[in-house]
Structure formats: structure tokens, C-alpha cells
Design a protein around this ligand. Structure first.
Ligand code: MN
Length: 454
């Protein structure tokens, strides 16, 4: 069964040699980010920073720096991770309230709730301030009470205040708009270090009103146990590491940014809502979770892959039974590019798939390939593009679609030009045969060559 808290997961990573401890003191300003960058680029382990300057709380980072750990967090294999995620979506388990939790072993309220005691890292050279990047923001609709949990970037402005980016259309932004229209603040609880499956559950494209924690429960195979917060009327996973309680203030906007984003570029500075902190609770020996974003591929990209692939796979499969797999590659920031592999059942079906994916608003480039192409292997994908598609007949350009929120090439705010490439062989027509070498199964793996085979 998947890990129901962060501790269990870290213990297993360490056992497998996929978590290293850094015992020398590190600076939360850039140094933690530099370690995570290196492990991301090298496909290396997760990192536990035992001593962080200016705080008594250790930091874990790079948990999602490689897809193998995202797959392990679901207790899956690469082949079944997407299916497991989709089966969980089909069997949501609501949270279960419990009376106490380790996330509240230590409680700081009011003036005692001081963000500067937390080891909040600064990631990229021009980031305006330290950022909380793995904070799961829990909130509820002020009218219906429906719940939401998702990750938003949070700027530490000072010891008591955070700036938050939640673009229009995000569920939290919809809830906040409703609260603000009544002149009321919106209560939030920012959860650091829930189980890794819970963090992945927040990246599911859930319909508005569906609690992402119910998916976390389904992924765990048991309901997520939640406790009531101390100063806000919300519930948070009982075994989380740290919880920051607060409220988004109505009619308040302050400049936020620049911040190095998932596209690999800094985003503009603009006025954003502000959270006033009302309490910080945590485990006695809490661990702070860092998460790097920036030039792909980082953990901020990897954490979204399986959830997005699952969302799009089930959406497409329902309409196009020949769809075999969907991949969101790192270079597209996991959102700007999708690759779909399929076996067409009717003429031009790949083009209908292109339109379906583009109309889901977050994609800029969609490539559809035949089912003999591995969509996870961009070398194979580009081979198909170069040898199975002719630009004048197999490309579709849509001049403007909603999207492109952080894409620096967007010439018009919140709009993108989109491209679909049908790199499938024309349906029902003869096509050049793929050249193959026979007998591959009789040759051992290269790592065994030159050794005594007896
Ligand atoms: Mn939601």
C-alpha cells in the first residue's frame, strides 16, 4: 500500500539508497536549491538537509526529482502508475476526522506564529523572497462548503504574511472571489509534508467541488485522517509535518514576484492576494519539504506527470478507444506539450484527438503518434514526426486559445497559439515498412558482454 505519511516514505527511500543526508550546515538561500538542481539533473537521490542555517527544522528536498520516486510514492511500477491513479479516481474515499494528530504536537498562535522560524528556501537568483513551493493549500467554498486542496506558490513577505499566486480559474481563486465579494477573508491551511501520494493527488484535474484529499485516501487505500485546525474552520491531514493557518485578506493586493517558474523563466511582478498567518502547528521533530521548480525537468514537473497523464488518458480513452498512452514531457514544463500514442480506428481520428487535447486549455503543442511509438521516448517521437508527417498536410495551427498563463512567448496575455502534429501513418493507406533487426531476443544485455556466460 502507498505510504500514508512522509516519514514512512523517507525511511524506505533511505533503505533503498535513494535518500542521502547532508550533515554540514546549508544556507536556505540558494544552497538547498543548488543541491536539488544537481540531483534533478543527475537523476540522483532525494536529500535530507539535517542542519539549515537560521532554523532548528531540517529540510527534505528533491523527493520528486525523479519519476521513479513518484511511482514509488504510489506503490506502483512505471507500467501501472497511470492506471493505479485512475482506479483511485474511480473509488474516492472521503477523509475521516480524528481528535488529535502529530501535526499539532507544537502550536504557535498569534505573534508566536513566525514564518521566519521555518527554513523556507530561496530558489532562483532573482526570486524576490523565500518561497514555500510544496505547500498544499486547503480551503473551502464559502457558500457550499465544498473542499479544495492544491499547491500554490507562496512568497514569504515577513514573519506573518505570505503572497499567493492563484490564477483565475483555479479552484482556490474561485472560492476567494466568492468570499471577497462578501467582503470576507477566505480561511486557508497550508500543509507541508503530507504523504507524497497526497501531494500528487492535488495535481489531479478534479472537477470543482471534489475534495482532492478523497483521492489521496483512495491512493492510500484508507481514508486520510484529518484534524480540525486551531484557528480556522478547516481540516488537515493529522500526520503532516507542518501546518500554517491563515486567511486570504479581502481587497488586499501586494506586489509579488519575480519568481523562477516551471517554464524555466522568471515571471513578472504583479499585485497578488496576501495571506495573514494566524497559527503555525507542527510535529515536535518536524521536517520542512522543499520543492524546486525552474528549467525543466525538476520535481515540480515530475509531480504533475502521473496525475495529468491519468486525467487526460481517461478523458481521451472515453472518446477514442484506440488511445494507448499519454505523456506530458518535461521539456514542455508538463503542461505545454502532450504526446498521445494511439491506434486509429477511423480516418483522421488523430486530428480529433489533437483538438480534444488542445481544447482542454493547458496545452500548446500536441503530437499524436502510432502505438508502436513510446510516447515517453522523445527520440522515438521526433523520429515519427520527421518520417510520418508532412507539415502542410499533418499540422494544425490554432491561432488563439485560452492558456499560456506563464508562457514567456505568449504575445497576448492568457492566450496561446497552439500546434497539433499528426505524426501517425495515414489511416488505411500503404506506408513504408519499419526496418527491424531479427534475433534481438537471443543477444544478452550489453552489461553482460565479455563475461563468462557459463
Ligand atoms: Mn480542486
Amino acid at each position: 500500500m502507498p505510504f500514508t505519511d512522509l516519514r514512512q516514505f523517507l525511511a524506505v527511500l533511505e533503505e533503498r539508497g535513494d535518500l542521502v543526508r547532508i550533515r554540514e550546515e546549508v544556507d536556505p538561500k540558494f544552497e538547498i536549491a543548488a543541491y536539488i538542481r544537481k540531483t534533478s539533473d543527475a537523476g540522483g537521490p532525494a536529500i535530507l538537509f539535517e542542519r539549515v542555517r537560521g532554523s532548528t527544522i531540517p529540510v527534505v528536498g528533491g523527493i520528486f526529482a525523479h519519476r521513479r520516486r513518484a511511482v514509488l510514492a504510489l506503490d506502483a511500477t512505471p507500467e501501472v502508475a497511470v492506471d493505479r491513479f485512475n482506479s483511485a479516481i474511480a473509488s474516492l474515499l472521503p477523509t475521516r476526522r480524528v481528535s488529535s494528530g502529530t501535526c499539532q504536537e507544537v502550536v504557535h498562535r498569534g505573534q508566536e506564529a513566525d514564518l521566519t522560524r521555518l527554513p523556507i528556501p530561496t530558489y532562483s537568483a532573482k526570486d524576490c523572497n523565500p518561497y514555500i513551493t510544496a505547500g498544499m493549500v486547503v480551503s473551502q467554498d464559502p457558500e457550499t462548503g465544498s473542499k479544495n486542496a492544491s499547491i500554490y506558490r507562496l512568497e514569504m513577505k515577513d514573519g506573518r504574511r505570505l503572497g499567493i499566486l492563484c490564477s483565475a480559474g483555479h479552484h482556490l481563486a474561485m472560492q476567494f472571489a466568492r468570499a471577497e465579494a462578501r467582503g470576507k477573508p477566505l480561511e486557508v491551511a497550508i500543509v507541508l509534508g503530507p504523504s507524497p501520494a497526497t501531494l500528487m493527488a492535488t495535481q489531479w484535474e478534479a472537477p470543482y467541488g471534489v475534495d482532492e484529499l478523497a483521492l489521496a485516501g483512495a491512493l492510500h487505500g484508507q481514508p486520510v485522517e484529518v484534524v480540525k485546525c486551531q484557528t480556522v474552520d478547516l481540516e488537515v491531514p493529522a500526520s503532516a509535518e507542518i501546518v500554517i493557518e491563515g486567511r486570504i485578506l479581502p481587497a488586499v493586493r501586494e506586489m509579488e514576484g519575480p519568481f523562477g517558474e516551471y517554464t524555466g523563466y522568471y515571471t513578472d511582478t504583479s499585485p497578488k492576494p496576501v495571506i495573514e498567518v494566524t497559527a503555525i502547528t507542527h510535529r515536535r521533530d518536524a521536517i520542512f519539504q522543499a520543492l524546486l521548480t525552474g528549467v525543466p525537468t525538476t520535481e515540480n514537473h515530475v509531480i504533475k506527470m502521473v496525475p495529468l497523464e491519468a486525467s487526460y488518458y481517461s478523458m481521451l480513452k472515453a472518446r477514442f478507444p484506440g488511445v494507448r498512452a499519454v505523456h506530458f514531457p518535461g521539456p514542455g514544463g508538463v503542461g505545454l506539450m502532450a504526446v498521445v500514442s494511439m491506434r486509429q480506428t477511423i480516418k483522421y481520428e488523430a486530428r480529433s484527438v489533437i483538438m480534444a487535447v488542445l481544447s482542454a486549455t493547458r496545452n500548446k503543442l500536441v503530437v499524436v503518434v502510432d502505438d508502436d511509438i513510446d510516447p515517453y521516448n522523445l527520440e522515438q517521437v521526433m523520429w515519427a514526426v520527421c518520417t510520418r508527417a508532412q507539415p502542410d498536410q499533418d499540422m494544425t495551427v490554432v491561432p488563439r486559445l485560452a492558456g499560456g498563463y506563464l508562457d514567456p512567448s505568449s504575445r497576448e496575455r492568457d492566450a496561446n497559439c497552439c500546434l497539433g502534429i499528426d505524426a501517425t501513418r495515414p489511416f488505411g493507406q500503404p506506408f513504408a515498412e519499419v526496418a527491424t533487426v531479427p534475433g534481438l531476443d537471443r543477444v544478452p544485455d550489453p552489461s553482460l558482454w565479455g563475461r563468462d556466460s557459463k
